[in-house]
Structures are given as C-alpha cells and as structure tokens.
Design a protein around this ligand. Structure first.
Ligand code: ME8
Length: 516
C-alpha cells in the first residue's frame, strides 16, 4: 500500500458566489494533490462549504430567503467552480451533511470528557464578517470612532451564556508543539505571527451560541449551537472518517488555507485536537491573498471577478498556470488581464505549446506520424535530455516543498533548453540534407516533450494530457518519466502521432475585461 496523503482547502462561506481567491486556493491545492498522486501517494483531497454561523443567517435574512436555501444555492456555485477548474477533489463536504454533524458532536463530547468545556457568561466583541471573537486590546479605531476588528471588519458587543473551551490550558502545549515541529505552521512569517500571539497569552474561547439556531446542536445542552469554527474545523476529521474510524488518511498532511485564518488552524484547531486526544495535522500552510492590480478585492470597488468568467476568457489551464506561476506561494500576488495574457503567451503558448505543436505536427506530416528512428546521434541530444531531466527533477523537489512558482520556473528551463536545441539543430532543414540526423533530433524532442508534459500535468492538466495523448504516453507517474523503454515500446507498437490541435492556444487581450 502506498503512503496516504491527505490535503484539504479551507471550506468557503457560501454567503455569496466564489471569487478568484477561492479559485486560487482550490487550484493550488489541486496542483499539490495531483503532484502527490503522480509521486505514488494514496491521496485524499477535500474541499467544500462552511454553511453554519451568523453570517449565513444574516445574509439569508437580507435576501429574504431561508438559510438552507441560501446554502444550497451558493454551495452549488462553489462545487460548479471546482468542477469547471478541473479540481480533482475526492469529497466536496458540506457542513450540513449528516455525517459532519455526528463528527462535530463526537469531538465536542471528547473535549467535554477531557474537562475542557464549561458554561459561563460571555461578554465581548464579535465580528460576524470574520465569525470571530476579539479581545478589546486587539480592536482598532475605524471612522467616526467605530470599533473594528484587526481585519477591519465591524464588531458588535455580544453578551450571552455560552460554553467555553479551556484554550488557556493549551498555551504551553501549543508552544511546545511549534517548537518541536518547525513545519507545523508555514510559511515562516505566519509562524512568527502565531508564536507572538500565543506567547502573549490565550483566553478561554466561547464555543457555543444561543441567539440563533443555525448550527450543530451542542449535545445535551438544548438551546446551544456550536460556534461555527468548532464545526467548521471538524470538517477535516469528518472527511477522514471520524468518529467511526478507521482513519487511514488522518492525520492530515496539509491544511491549505489563506493567511487571514491561520489563527483558527494553528491555535484553536490543534488545541481542540489535543483536548480530544486526536493526532495533529502535519502542516498548516497560510497562502497569501490575491489582489486585483494590487488592490484588495471588494464589492464596492467592483473588482470581484468571477473565476468562471476568467477561465472562459483565459482557459482553465491558462488561469491555473498564471496563478501558480505568478504568485510566489505564501505571499500576496496581483493579477490583471494583461499580466495573464503576457505570462500565458510567453511561457505556455509560445515556449512550451509551440515546441510541442511544431514538433508533433512535423512528425505527423513528414513521417506519417511514425516515431522517429534512432538516426545518427550527437552529444547535443544526450545533453538536452539531461537538461530536461534536471528541470523536471527541479520541479519535483520544489513542489515537494510547496514552492510551486519556483518549481514551474525550474521546468521552464527545460522548455527553453528544447527551444534552443531546435534552433541550433534545425530539424526542418535536415529533412532534405540529413534525414538520419533529423530522425535523431526529432526522437530526442519527443522524449523531452513527454517528460516536460508529465512534469507539468499537475499545473495544466488538460493541455498536458492532450500532448501525452497525442504521444501515446499512457503512464504519467513520476516513475514513468525516464523510461526509455516507453519510446521503444510505443515506436514498435506502430502508434502514430496524429496532427495535433494546439494544446495551449495563444490568448488575445480581451476587449472589455478591464475597466478603463
Ligand atoms: O474563511 N485571495 O471562508 P471564506 C486568496 N469558512 N485567498 C483568499 C482571498 C483572496 N483574496 N479571500 C479569501 C472562511 N481567501 C472559513 C474557512 S475552514 C475550516 C473555514 C481564502 O469563504 C481564505 O483565506 O471567507 C480562506 O482560506 C478561503 O479563501 C475561504 O474563505
């Protein structure tokens, strides 16, 4: 049995439609999941929607519809987005799913059993937008003296009897955890933020609400529903089979989330798990935010872009490639139509797409699609293969460490080496002058293109698979990459390379994509 690998995204609030930030997170997680599958891991990949809480209640009220109806409608949009963007999730979880209610109640009971839950009166500040409680000392002043959360969202004074979780008890165990596991919180900047926060002391956390009933009922405590983050975080366990086990995919290898919710994942979540006696996830990675031309997206600025529109204009592969290549993973990144068109055309369409297109259509036309013969080799051939092997290995090493942009950059070095090789070897002019040499050059390119296509599959699954289909390359795992036998076998089988349609078409700058 291959080693399990469990990766999750945050589950999104379905109080509105998905935006590009949601798409970015799903795409990054998908690339990692696909990469780990290629490496032979038994991957489980979960995403979904976080449907409880006051924000959902208030949005439904504002729209004059039921909360359940709002959740059903919007959750459908999130799932459709994932499907449209080729997100290879194993489960799309909804926190309204019956098994999720059971898992949430089970972890609650385990925390109660540990003596970590007690009833008391809560008085303090709550931000509905963040679904978060804040200490007075964390608040900042907004316009007209209004109090705002550190995220800049409005807070309201809340007073009710609630259940509390003894978070304070876990200050030292959490600090020990961070100390013993430097990779528990990544990247480094988020780890430092969390260290400072926990070192500053932890107050007990209010974990139930009585003022509304849209949530998971607290077992044995009528009138209380769980604080939305208790049930939201538990989604990761539900998907792993908790509480009825076995849980071959637990603990999770990677919780991929945005930088605004690291505190919930790196402080509350491990504390709940420690309390309930459940193994801790290995890594929480807080990625950066996507900004539109450097500005935060907001409805009032009119720059909230529908990811489905973007994928229609720039292609699913184009959008995926741009986001993973442009943004240094972990940091904020900016997007605009020009930036997408420029990057995709230069690297994906011209450098790689055109390499494959020129080579394969030449073979289809001039060799009737038959695999090139061994021909007369030259040291340049082995050198190119070596450069491509190194480039693909560079992508692999970087992706293992979640350095997605650097991995693609390493891969591009292999693509550029092929383009240089074509220019120098000029196989098109060898056709008449030196067909033996032409065969060797084309054969080298076929091998190189196959390796490059396999390596980039996690990023651009459609176009890369298209190239591999044209090449008759069925095995696409990392094990298959330097398989010389593949070439001999496929050539001997009589497989023919058909004239391909372009795998990565060039993009035009959309006329109305940007406000003037
Ligand atoms: O936070 N760029 O849901 P959510 C990149 N339900 N990522 C962004 C982003 C942006 N502009 N805006 C948001 C929630 N995100 C909770 C999570 S998990 C148990 C519960 C990311 O819909 C954000 O950081 O507000 C989060 O990881 C995800 O999108 C969902 O955000």
């Amino acid at each position: 049995m291959s080693a399990p690998y469990y990766i999750t995204t945050a589950i999104s609030y379905p109080n509105g439609r998905p935006h590009i930030g949601h798409a970015y997170e799903a795409i990054a997680a998908d690339a990692i999941a696909r990469f780990q599958r290629q490496a032979g891991r038994d991957v489980r990949f979960q995403t979904g929607t976080d449907e409880h809480g006051l924000k959902m209640v208030q949005t439904a009220r504002d729209r004059g519809i039921g909360v359940r109806a709002l959740a059903d409608e919007m959750s459908g949009h999130f799932q459709a987005m994932c499907d449209a963007l080729a997100i290879s999730y194993d489960r799309f979880i909804r926190t309204t799913d019956a098994d999720h209610h059971r898992a949430s109640q089970a972890i609650w009971e385990a925390m109660a059993e540990a003596g970590d839950l007690y009833l008391d009166r809560y008085e303090g500040w709550y931000s509905v937008r963040d679904e978060a409680f804040y200490d007075e000392k964390e608040l900042v002043d907004g316009e007209g003296g209004a109090k705002l959360s550190p995220q800049g969202t409005p807070v309201t004074w809340t007073a009710e009897e609630t259940w509390f979780f003894r978070l304070s008890k876990y200050q030292q165990p959490l600090l020990d955890l961070y100390d013993a596991n430097p990779d528990f919180i990544r990247p480094e900047s988020r780890r430092n933020e969390i260290l400072r926060f926990v070192e500053g002391g932890l107050s007990d956390l209010s974990v139930s609400r009585t003022s509304f009933d849209w949530g998971v009922p607290v077992p044995g405590s009528p009138g209380h529903v769980m604080y939305v983050w208790v049930d939201a975080l538990t989604n990761y366990l539900t998907g792993a089979g908790y509480p009825h086990g076995p849980m071959p995919h637990w603990p999770a290898d990677l919780h991929l989330i945005g930088k605004d919710i690291v505190r919930f994942h790196a402080v509350y979540w491990p504390a709940f798990l420690l309390s309930a006696g459940i193994a801790l996830p290995k890594t929480v990675f807080g990625h950066g935010f996507l900004l539109h031309r450097g500005e935060k997206m907001s409805k009032s600025l009119g720059n909230v872009v529908d990811p489905l529109d973007l994928s229609r204009v720039f292609g699913v592969d184009g959008l995926r490639y741009f986001l993973l290549r442009e943004v240094s993973f972990g940091q904020d990144g900016s997007y605009s139509a020009e930036a997408i068109v420029t990057r995709v055309n230069a690297e994906l369409a011209n450098a790689f797409g055109n390499l494959a297109q020129r080579t394969l259509s030449f073979i289809a036309k001039n060799l009737e699609g038959a695999f090139p013969e061994p021909g007369r080799s030259d040291p340049a051939d082995a050198m190119l293969i070596e450069e491509v092997v190194v480039a693909c290995a560079g992508l692999k090493t970087a992706f293992e460490d979640l350095m997605l942009s650097q991995g693609i950059e390493a891969w591009l070095r292999g693509v550029y080496a092929c383009n240089q090789y074509i220019d120098v070897q000029a196989p098109w002019s060898l056709r008449k002058t030196d067909p033996d040499r032409m065969h060797a050059v084309l054969g080298t390119l076929v091998r190189a293109i196959r390796m490059l296509a396999i390596a980039i599959l996690p990023v651009v699954p459609r176009g890369a698979a298209h190239i591999l289909d044209i090449l008759g390359a069925e095995a696409r795992d990392h094990d298959a990459v330097d398989d010389d036998a593949w070439y001999a076998r496929t050539a001997a089988s009589g497989f023919r390379i058909a004239t391909p349609t372009p795998a990565f078409p060039r993009l035009e700058m959309p006329v109305e994509a940007e406000p003037a």
